[in-house]
Design a protein around this ligand. Structure first.
Ligand SMILES: [Fe+2]
Ligand SMILES: [Fe+2]
Length: 293
């Protein structure tokens, strides 16, 4: 039977939670054989477990595309000296497994799209124009004490750029390509400040989609990077997938549709901060009918 080439997306699958891992392993071995799966970061900090998961998904999907999130760059053992060394080891292992980390055309000859992975990190300095920082008034900011990246990542002293600038710079080859079909891009981090906050429609659909369950933690400090949005627009992206916040949204902003479809932690689905449909990757594009949103 002819099966179409479909594009699916997920992120923040956090497979150290066995329930999440099992949900992915339980995906059909037959239904996605012509399809592509985007995994937009935050699988696990354990490199071997990451590669096992990517291999398992590759056995189900025709193509798997991946960018590391912040959890992948945590140094939880002594294998790597710093987080960039671990990042490079992840990319090398992905190349060996033929996991896509660079732009690729997907579909059939008469109906295809470009899928463009974009590496990123959040701009941490609140006074830099690329930062998504928004101050919270009337609370003590304990983000520095609460955010585990600050304890579990390590960066080389020789890094001349900010961490955020370093990762965006890696995308320069992708920006130089010319894309002759519609572009779907994806990153782990958020490309725009307004995506941090729920809007009226989202609050109506899910009253639990609160903006601020932890007042002393200011997520905007570690959310993303405005310069990532410039790259998304430079390559003419029609649709951008992102993750990281564990707040799922679909928003059209100035001609680009932004989608977050994080699987998140089991507790977040049980408490309905994340809808149950995030247990399964989201259909993004298919031939004939095109984009699903
Ligand atoms: Fe995550
Ligand atoms: Fe993340």
């Amino acid at each position: 039977m002819h099966q179409p080439h479909r594009l699916w997306a997920t992120s923040d699958i956090h497979i150290d939670n066995q329930e999440n891992y099992q949900l992915l392993l339980d995906l059909s071995d037959q239904a996605y054989r012509n399809d592509m799966l985007i995994i937009a970061g935050d699988v696990t900090d354990n490199l071997q477990k990451l590669l096992d998961l990517l291999t398992a998904m590759q056995e189900k999907f025709l193509t798997v595309a991946f960018v590391p999130g912040n959890h992948e760059l945590w140094l939880t053992d002594k294998t790597h000296q710093h987080s960039i060394e671990k990042f490079e080891a992840i990319l090398a292992a992905c190349d060996e497994l033929e996991i896509v980390t660079r732009p690729v055309r997907f579909g059939q000859t008469d109906q295809s799209i470009w899928v463009v992975p974009l590496f990123s990190w959040y701009e941490q300095a609140p006074d830099k124009p690329a930062s998504l920082f928004a101050p919270k008034h009337g609370v003590i900011d304990k983000t520095d004490e609460l955010w585990r990246d600050f304890f579990l990542t390590k960066w080389p002293d020789s890094l001349e750029l900010s961490i955020a600038e370093y990762f965006l710079e890696l995308n320069s080859e992708n920006l130089a390509l010319s894309y002759d079909d519609p572009v779907v891009s994806f990153s782990h981090f958020l490309p725009r400040q307004e995506l941090i906050y729920s809007n009226t429609t989202e609050r109506r659909q899910n009253p639990l989609n609160r903006d601020d369950p932890y007042p002393e933690f200011n997520f905007s400090r570690v959310a993303g990077n405005w310069d990532l949005d410039k790259q998304i627009r430079d390559i003419g992206s029609r649709l951008h997938i992102y993750g990281h916040q564990h707040r799922n949204r679909t928003r059209e902003i100035e001609g680009v549709t932004y989608i977050s479809h994080c699987m998140g932690y089991p507790i977040e689905r049980k408490s309905r901060h994340i809808a149950r449909d995030a247990e399964h990757p989201r259909l993004i594009w298919q031939p004939d009918t095109g984009f699903t949103c």
